[in-house]
Design a protein around this ligand. Structure first.
Ligand SMILES: C=CC1=C(C)c2cc3[nH]c(cc4nc(cc5[nH]c(cc1n2)c(C)c5CCC(=O)O)C(CCC(=O)O)=C4C)c(C)c3C=C
Ligand SMILES: [Fe+2]
Length: 459
């Protein structure tokens, strides 16, 4: 693999960090694809009345389409009248593109990995209650998958509480994963992937075990916060008697339509984040992110491993730094995200460039140098993170930072070597603290009529 070529090609296509409301791949097309799923098709399948669909058809057309989890394209209808709340005027007013965006629960990969991270996200870890066993876990995943499928389609789940009544699916994506200790809990130790071996300890780690790990992991994201709450609450209720929430963090990203510029979203340090991410159009993208069809273990085919790190930003000392210092710590300009070696946000970083005195223009300890594939034997991951803000601590400093989420086919070839390097030599380290950690196996997408993890639990 030629990394330099890959990075240049990505920039040459004009896709790095400049498309859509975020810089995450893939983007949403502006027009329906030939042969895309029609509102009528879906109405026939779901039993939703055509009259109701017509109430939102104009909005769906204007809003364009959403990218399905497996690359399928679905017209958004935003119809949530199935929630059955007669007080809600759902279906009478057209939904905007925010509400109408609908993703497919089914596909080769689970939703919530590809495509843009949504404006609101919650990451939860749950532990199975003692005695649940494999059968209980399978029943839970079946219930969860059924509820996720309905809610992502903008339909009411079983025993709905009506909280999302009148709201469109809003890009809702729900993703499920299994942690290392899940396999002990359900007696499936032999099926545990080697890739779930605990992450090594890093010297700068300050991890809180209460907010780390977990048997099961759920990512819920959407462009509407009530839709996220509704989904989280529905899944938590469906887990009663089977699993308890161990920890949960809410995150956010820029809302669709909030910025007029073309550059990507900013993190809470003010930096444009996500520019040099892996892109689906890169030749080796799928190999890097997903377990291949003949991968090991077989039940993980089409799946991916997610590493989640709650990284607190030490914003008081950070904001005291002069702009020039902040930019040398990162290696990019704050205003436009351009590398210190010049050009615009999508211009490739020139790690070899030196100034008139022969010193590297991108400092030796700059974050983008230390984390780059060129500095890590080619290691790379798909980053898809959220900001978080959980208030202020006793001394007045913000409890805020990055819910760093990254996806890869093998953490030992992606997150681990890069984090090892960052741990030793990243100038940003003085301004961040890793406070919680998780590593989960996220199986491929469920087949229609099936559920996530079925191959593991019934294999
Ligand atoms: C182990 C992997 C990484 C961690 C942890 C991490 C934390 C972290 N990053 C930022 C902000 C930025 N990171 C940027 C680039 C970047 N970061 C990583 C990896 C980790 N970051 C990689 C692989 C890269 C790409 C390097 C390259 O090839 O150029 C950037 C620049 C814009 C971009 O390319 O996304 C920013 C900004 C923070 C604030 C943070 C912890 C809180
Ligand atoms: Fe980074």
């Amino acid at each position: 693999m030629n990394l330099r070529k890959t990075r240049t090609a990505s920039a040459a296509h004009g896709t790095t960090g400049t498309t859509g409301p975020t810089t995450h791949p893939p983007t949403e097309p502006a027009a329906p694809p030939p042969g895309g799923t029609t509102d009528g098709d879906r109405a026939a399948r779901s039993g939703v009345s055509r009259r109701r669909l017509l109430g939102t058809a104009g909005a769906a057309g204007a809003a364009g389409l959403a990218v399905g989890a497996g690359g399928g394209l679905l017209a958004g209808t935003g119809d949530r009248t199935a929630s059955g709340n007669p007080d809600v005027p759902g279906g009478t007013a057209p939904l905007s593109s925010v509400g109408a965006t609908r993703l497919d629960f089914h596909g080769p990969h689970q939703p919530g990995i590809l495509g843009p991270a949504r404006a609101h996200g919650e990451l939860l870890a749950l532990d199975l209650l003692p005695g649940t066993g494999r059968g209980g876990a399978a029943a839970l995943l079946r219930r969860w998958s059924r509820a996720a499928e309905a809610m992502m389609a903008g339909e009411a789940p079983d025993a709905d509480n009506g909280v999302a009544g009148g709201t469109g699916p809003s890009g809702l994506a729900i993703t499920f994963g299994f942690g290392h200790d899940f396999f002990d809990a359900v007696g499936l130790v032999d099926a545990r992937p080697r890739a779930l071996d605990p992450l090594p300890e890093f010297s700068a780690d300050a991890l809180d075990p209460e907010r780390s790990g977990g048997h099961l992991w759920i990512q819920v994201e959407a462009d509407d916060p009530t839709v996220v709450f509704h989904a989280v609450r529905t899944l938590q209720r469906a887990a009663a008697d089977t699993a308890r929430v161990r920890h949960r963090t809410a995150g956010f990203n820029r809302a669709p339509g909030a910025a007029s510029g073309e550059s990507g979203p900013r993190n809470l340090m003010g930096q444009i984040d996500g520019t040099n991410n892996l892109r689906p159009e890169q030749e080796d993208f799928a190999d890097r992110v997903f377990v291949p069809a003949d991968g090991d273990p077989a039940w993980m085919a089409g799946g991916s491993y997610v590493v989640v790190r709650r990284i607190r930003m030490l914003l008081d000392p950070w904001e005291e730094q002069p702009l020039e210092t902040q930019e040398r710590i990162l290696g990019r300009r704050r205003a436009d995200g351009a590398p210190l070696t010049g050009g615009g946000e999508t211009t490739p970083v020139d790690l070899a460039a030196v100034d008139e005195r022969g010193r590297p223009v991108i400092p030796a300890d700059a974050h983008v140098r230390v984390s780059a594939p060129e500095s890590n034997g080619g290691a790379a991951m798909l980053r898809r993170s959220y900001s978080y803000h959980d208030g202020f601590t006793g001394d007045g400093s913000p409890d805020a930072g990055l819910l760093f989420v990254c996806w890869q086919a093998d953490p030992m070839l992606a997150f681990v070597p890069v984090q090892r390097k960052l741990d030793r030599g990243d100038a940003l380290s003085a301004f961040i603290r890793h406070e919680a950690s998780g590593l989960f196996a996220v199986p491929g997408g469920a087949e229609p009529g099936g559920y996530v993890g079925q191959r593991l639990l019934e294999g």
